[in-house]
Design a protein around this ligand. Sequence first.
Ligand code: ADP
Ligand code: MG
Length: 912
Amino acid sequence: MSEDRVPPWHALVPETVAERLGTDPVRGLEATEAQRRLKIHGPNELDPDDPVRPWRILLAQFTAPMVLLLAGAGVLSAALGDVPEALVIFLVVVLNAWIGFRQEHRAERAMAALQEMATPMATVVRGGTSHEIPAREVVTGDVVQLGAGARVPGDGRLVSAHAVRVDEAALTGESVPVDKQVSALHPGAPLAERTSMVYAGTSLVAGRATMVTTATGMEAELGRVAGLLRDAEVGRTPLQQRLDVLVRRLALAAGAIVVVVMGLGAARGEPIDTLLLTAVSVAVAAIPESLPAVVTVTLALGAGRMQRRRSLIRRLYAVETLGSVTTICSDKTGTLTQNEMTVVVLDMAGERHDLPEPGSNGDVGPAALRGRPTLRLLLAGGALCSDATRSDDGTLLGDPTETALVAVADRYGLPKAQLEEVTPRVGELPFDSERKRMTTVHALPTDTAAVPGWLSELLGVEHLTAPGGRLTFTKGALDGLLACCDTVDVGGELVELDESLRERALAAAAQLAREGVRVLGVAMRVYPDPLQVPDDEHVESGLTLLGLEGMTDPARPEVRDAIAVCRAAGVKPIMITGDHPLTATAIARDLGLVGGGATAATGADLERLDDAALAQLAATTSVYARVSPEDKLRIVGALQREGEVVAMTGDGVNDAPALKQADIGIAMGITGTDVAKDASDMVLQDDNFASIVAAVGEGRVVFDNIRKFIRNILSGNLAEVAIMVLGPLMAMPLPLVPLQILWLNLVTDGLPAMAFAVEPAERGVMERPPTPLGASLLGRDRGRRLITRGAALTVLTFVPTFVLWQADDEAWQTVLFTSIAFAELAGSFGMRSERVPLARLGVFSNRLLVVAVAATLVLQVLLVVLAPARDLLDLEPLTSGHWLLIVAIAFAYLAVIEADKAISARRRYTAS
Ligand code: ADP
Ligand code: MG
């Protein structure tokens, strides 16, 4: 048979596919065989192309406005005949671009590495048991289990599929999810219609499935379109964009100043080459050459620090946006609580059992079931209608809500495995957070005689008149479940669900919820004939309510403190949950999130409100309950319209739109689906609310620090421009040559600025309101501080130099150059805080700054002391008198900064 006549996978039945791929649809591959295949075919990845595309970053360096400006300066110098200077300027251009490239590339590599840590996992069956492995280790022939929200790790032929819908937009561009099934199709079916296959890169929107992997890596369909998909564009953050704007404005301002200076010079009859040199120098002086690279590095370092506090940053802009967050919308289960569920109450019509602590026996155990058929069914139903499983070593795996149900059935001597042996699951309707319930269908033994005695008791007498039938169990939120029931099992008797019974059930659930207990209703239905089981849409109807299972989920102890921190920091914490409103408020109260009389807004409330009314409600509400993922999206929108900067957590597939809409979308690292992670800006590795608050704190520190060095660098630039203009006005020669200015901007400014990236948090960062998004980069009093400091630096350095020049001291320019450098270095200590005096900060408390400043000082001194360096930069030797003057100027500048701080602190004090 020739190769092209082999029917394609989608046209074969699953058994044949498995056979051809040398695997078993139930047992999967053996572990050793999987290892062997991985070695032969390599990992399941697209071509390991560097996603950061270094050449782009490099190119960006050379197209930056200031590099162009410098290059222009170099050309001018050359035209003026100063070839060595031109060469050095070009060298600086290349070096600067190279350093900028290295730093940005490293920053982006760090980001890419962080993203990689959020690498998707896959659940494979190997040797008969399921394992979580990194998706890159999946091989052809692997049997993979897929749940709602999972990303499909490779192409695969479906072996089983329950209510599966797949988003194939990544592959086919089709945005409507596609229904999938298992039967074989016509061989000629086009890709988009192969409903018996799922493809790498797509994701399950709903349902559960098992597939046999048919292709991985570049051989998967995704490999063919991989080029299209790899647009993991890095993008510039808003801060970087604003910085670009700032630099462009500075360049324009410099241009204007150049025109004025040249005009003045021309009027005085200066020669053209002096004019041009002045122009070049002013332009170089105005541009903060080191700023963009330093900002990028600071953001990346911030992302690294957040990661150490369990928040994985997926997009760099999140680092700065986090500092501006005003509202954190959080899930309840697992984020505010521990997600350790224990069933503590069983409630059936007319009787409530409060269970003793696990471990103690009391009225628990097989004996307690005697003569209580409803209790037995309630427990069995809860355990059977769950996806929790027991691993070989006896631990329960799965959603904590479901493991709790299996655990409590165990306590009564009803192990799930034994129950399933008798009535295996043959169908299901998976849980989704819209319906808030799930259903499983089970087969009854066909032979009445084969039904063990305990099962006949389990089902009650009249149920067993129909052996070989089907049994369905449904569990979920009681409010919705009641609408699917028309009878109630009262002590083994079926009683019509009338108003009073409905009231009773709701009252019992409300009572439990008030105690902070999470309540699940369990119902069932018997179909004597397998053919009677209706389709998915109708299977949840005509049910018999068995009772309620109530479980506790203790609050995370550290969250209480984190909520207090939020309060102090002007950040509003909001709980958004699918749970019962009373359960939600009870836990919110316990956490200090709301006060005594607070109530929750429910999904039903939201439905009645238009967007304007919702915005009003959102301004005053802290707890939302019984919400659907769609409501989440509306809540984010409403808060944003109120001007809030919103961080929102999510885990499910349906949360993706809300995560994208939020200013910071936060996916759960543990319980989150791949889809939610893809849509997020940040992944919370420990699912813990307290980690979000820590990340907000880090975000504020990063933004503070960036502001600090921007202020420091720009006041230096301001002074340089002022001096370059003042000099000619006072009939002096050009005060500084372009190379000296470049040195000041790159070395003297750049090195200490890097140290600001690790400046520790100022006291009280989380005790002041959030900085608005898009707030001035310069701080609250914007230009004032900058101008004061720039002016101080100008006066302190220029006046003594002017005197030296008038006294015909050859070294006047060298003194000016060195004193600006020293003053800026000294000043950088003062700039570490806008409020706290340096004496209180401690001179040595930022060790990296001390090292950076010391290193720069040494370089600076070497420039003047070593003859070749001195010649290159047009410097003169200095006397000890000169050095004393320079040191005095530096301390004077630091003193001015400290005095300015003290004065504005007093002003703030008297103003309030
Ligand atoms: P939360 O916001 O606490 O995470 P969920 O969306 O998990 O809320 O749950 C909302 C409601 O859905 C719960 O109160 C419960 O009634 C129901 N529910 C939760 N998990 C399951 C499940 N595995 N099976 C059936 N119903 C569930
Ligand atoms: Mg949940």
